[in-house]
Design a protein around this ligand. Structure first.
Ligand SMILES: *Cc1c(COP(=O)(O)O)cnc(C)c1O
Length: 355
């Protein structure tokens, strides 16, 4: 158990009145959680007023990208309670990411306690409107003050919260996705499975190029042969081909999404076959041309599921399911959001009540 010190803000901010204009990650709640690591141990867990952080320009994270993060949401139910969705999975993934980047890991119970305590303190910041949530961003950075490249000895674990708007204020609209054929995001043995800022930095160029062409995100191919489908920007990807849901297998280069895992479990419970395997772009487009690609969607905490209405590959455009959300995609969306916002019973043990 952590003994978390609490310094309450003396200058609470005005909470957003118009929840339809929240957007994502633009405003921050009143407090932040901090904990320091040095000499081989974590110490001084505390919740303090949200404030700027001050580091020497010689700090490791500025030079070598030793940073990892997580993303999860606190949801408000119709009864006014606040709850989290599978937070222990975020905790475990954070430790896996830390291991990959040689950042210090943390006791699972301690990290979970920090997330829950912080959410409790900020419970009033969880917005009330349909589809809104308090986005929680735990992150961990290496803060040794040296330009020497060494294993990190000093680190800081931080959690901030940002009230965020509905991802689909105008209803769920399918997105257009471009298959990236030049840049690659990750390779086996690299950091693809870790949630680290560096992966995002390396992905920006392709994302920017796609945006200029009117696509919302890129679909990555594997980094070795550039043949096999990996994932979309910040989402995992699933295809329904001839009644079977196919999703790329986790081989080290793909982020193991919690939404992905949840979708697979729900689909299997419902008796829909799921195959986690390699799938090439060629196989996908063969299925498309044969009329067997029934649905395609991305999965991630932000959007939950995001139907893909158009795929572009080497300049050719292909429409999926007449640019409409498919039946399975809609069912996954309704089931997951139903559990998250407490509209349907959680028979999986995924919901953690906070307040
Ligand atoms: C966070 C993330 C996902 C989605 O993971 P969830 O746990 O479902 O939110 C997918 N891909 C990348 C690259 C990510 O960073």
């Amino acid at each position: 158990m952590l003994d978390i010190k609490f310094e309450k803000t003396t200058a609470p901010k005005q909470k957003p009145i118009d929840e339809s204009k929240l957007g994502f990650g633009q405003i921050f709640s009143d407090h932040m959680f901090l904990m320091d690591y040095d000499n081989g141990e974590w110490h001084d867990p505390r919740i303090v007023p949200f404030q700027d952080l001050c580091y020497s320009p010689g700090t490791a994270v500025f030079h070598y990208g030793c940073e990892i993060f997580e993303g999860l949401k606190a949801y408000r139910t119709a009864a006014g309670n606040v709850q989290l969705f599978r937070p222990i999975d975020n905790v475990r993934r954070m430790n896996d990411s830390a291991e990959r980047l040689c950042l210090p890991q943390m006791n699972e119970d301690d990290m979970l306690q920090a997330i829950i305590e912080f959410t409790k303190v900020e419970a009033d910041w969880v917005p009330h409107s349909e589809g809104t949530s308090l986005y929680l961003r735990p992150f961990l950075l290496g803060i040794d003050e040296t330009l020497g490249v060494h294993t990190i000895k000093k680190a800081q674990f931080i959690i901030i919260g940002s009230p965020s708007g509905s991802y689909y204020p105008e209803g769920i609209n399918p997105v257009k996705i471009m298959i990236e054929t030049e840049d690659v995001r990750a390779v086996r043995g690299g950091t693809g499975y870790a949630k680290c800022g560096g992966n995002y930095a390396a992905s920006t160029r392709a994302g920017h190029k796609a945006e200029l062409k009117g696509y919302s995100q890129v679909l990555w191919l594997d980094g070795v042969e550039q043949k096999y489908i990996e994932e979309v920007g910040a989402m995992n990807v699933m295809f329904k081909i001839d009644g079977v849901v196919v999703t790329p297998k986790l081989i080290g280069s793909i982020l193991p999404g919690i939404t992905r895992r949840s979708c697979i479990e729900l689909l299997k419970d419902k008796g829909i076959p799921v195959e986690e395997r390699r799938i090439s772009a060629e196989e996908l487009f063969d299925a498309l041309r044969a009329g067997k690609l029934e649905e395609a969607w991305g999965t991630g905490t932000a959007a939950v599921v995001s139907p893909i209405g158009e795929l572009s590959f080497n300049g050719e455009k292909y429409t999926i399911n007449d640019f409409k959300i498919g039946e399975t995609t809609q069912w996954l969306y309704d089931t997951l959001t139903g559990m998250q916002w407490g509209k349907i019973a959680d028979n999986k043990g995924w919901i953690v009540p906070v307040k």
